[in-house]
Design a protein around this ligand. Structure first.
Ligand code: URA
Length: 435
């Protein structure tokens, strides 16, 4: 077998065999296949596409390129949740305690943020003392004891994806369904859970702007997960404006705690209950997703989910007193308030621009090496559809660097669109695929 033949076969619309795909993935990960041949094959795949069998072969070869988590010592059906990335998405901190409170173990590996979307690991580290690096034994013991634990994903999970994604990023080959699916699902499958609930975002702040494209991606990821023997479902959800009112590390954790207390924003609460209901069903603790949702609602009402959050924080070395005393989080030294330039209704808060505003205020990284300001971020007093008077408070931007906070405030103001008519409400949960 040689790479040149494989490239030519795909260039000429051929269907690659499992062996050819594995030859490429293993060869590229180990350095035997050079960047120029890998780039040529990725571009051929980009134009000619891959069928479902090829996509599964690519995903499983990437899954097998590094370590696979062994969660067999954890009792019960382990359910993972993954979001394709959005602005203000703190649902992991809500759905994991809810699922755990309903008897579904959550053993999750998450990443750090890069660019305009935040990362779960960074957000967790805004809790004083919280550790995201645990030994495998500590991790599985905590899940058995408390029902949940979340750790940072190591570089040894699907290293092929790391290399291939970096190459796609600089060769114009990111936006291909099979390549995106194999990238996301290889990591999820290597992380070892028995079932997966995917939150596929669509809209201005999402990777997939059009709903049809998000649905296609969701469907393919569900097929690949199921082909690997994992019960998989996808929910297509709106990411046109930021989720909730808080964007930025500690601000998002506080909003998640408020949601667990039953006092969270409507959109975050709704999405979390939908996802958690599906996780409870996938974990075998409900007969239907609807019954799963009822159980999820009950865990919020009873305080059981909040108690799981307390155990989660304590179990990983964090100070559980933050749940009742938000002043224990690091506090920003400055803030800028932005006011509405006119009277009307908020028409739009461009999600990507808001994410960039938060990043520039200090909450995100431009490169992997950048450090982040845990206190930085946005609070949106007004969201889409809400009425506002000229001069009234729209939002506030926080952080520790006055210049950065000011830059973030200017960007956030530009992300707002105010008009005369009340806009039609966009549907948050657009479609459910699988289960
Ligand atoms: N997220 C990933 O992990 N991979 C992609 O290809 C796109 C989004």
């Amino acid at each position: 077998m040689n790479m040149n033949d494989i490239i030519i076969k795909k260039r000429d619309c051929g269907v690659l065999s499992k062996e050819e795909i594995r030859f490429f993935v293993e060869g590229y990960t180990q350095g035997a296949v050079p960047d120029y041949q890998a780039s040529a094959l990725l571009m051929a795949i980009f134009f000619q596409g891959m069928n479902k069998e090829e996509t599964y072969a690519l995903t499983s070869a990437m899954r097998d390129s590094g370590d696979r988590a062994d969660l067999s010592s954890i009792n019960g059906i382990k359910v993972d949740k993954h979001s394709t990335g959005g602005v203000g998405d703190k649902t992991t901190f809500i759905v994991a305690p809810i699922a755990a409170a309903c008897g579904v173990p959550v053993a999750k590996m998450s990443g750090r943020g890069l660019g305009f979307t935040g990362g779960t690991v960074d957000k967790m580290e805004s809790i004083p003392g919280f550790r995201t690096t645990l030994s495998e034994r500590e991790f599985t013991d905590l899940v058995n004891k408390n029902g949940l634990a979340v750790i940072g994903q190591t570089g040894s999970i699907a290293p092929a994806d790391k290399k291939i994604y970096a190459l796609r990023d600089v060769t114009g080959t990111v936006e291909n369904l099979s390549l995106i699916t194999s990238s996301i699902m290889s990591k999820k499958l290597a992380c070892g859970s028995d079932a997966i609930v995917l939150d596929v975002k669509c809209g201005a702040g999402a990777f997939m702007e059009r709903q049809e494209a998000a649905e296609e991606l969701g469907k393919l990821m569900v097929e690949i997960g199921n082909a690997d023997g994992k019960k998989t479902a996808a929910v297509i959800t709106d990411m046109d404006q930021p989720l909730g009112r808080a964007v930025g590390n500690s601000l998002e954790v506080i909003e998640a705690i408020e949601t667990l207390k039953g006092a969270g924003p409507e959109d975050i609460t709704e999405l979390s209950l939908t996802l958690a209901g599906m996780m409870v069903y996938a974990g075998g603790k409900a007969e239907t997703p609807e019954e799963g949702r009822k159980k999820a609602e009950e865990s919020l009402r009873s305080g059981a989910a909040l108690e799981k959050m307390r155990l989660f924080i304590q179990g990983q070395g964090g100070d559980p007193a933050v749940i009742h005393d938000y002043s224990l989080f690091a506090q920003p030294s400055c803030f800028v308030e932005i006011v509405s330039p006119k009277t009307g209704f908020v028409q739009k808060i461009h999600a990507k621009q808001a994410g960039i505003a938060s990043q520039h205020a200090g909450a995100g990284r431009a490169t992997k090496e950048d450090s982040i300001d845990m206190t930085a971020g946005l609070y949106l007093y007004k969201k889409v559809g809400e009425a506002v008077l000229e001069g009234q408070l729209l939002a506030a931007v926080y952080g520790n660097d006055e210049e950065k906070v000011q830059a973030g405030a200017e960007e956030l103001l530009a992300a707002y669109e105010i008009g005369d008519e009340k806009p039609e409400k966009r549907k948050l949960v657009k479609k459910v695929i699988g289960l």
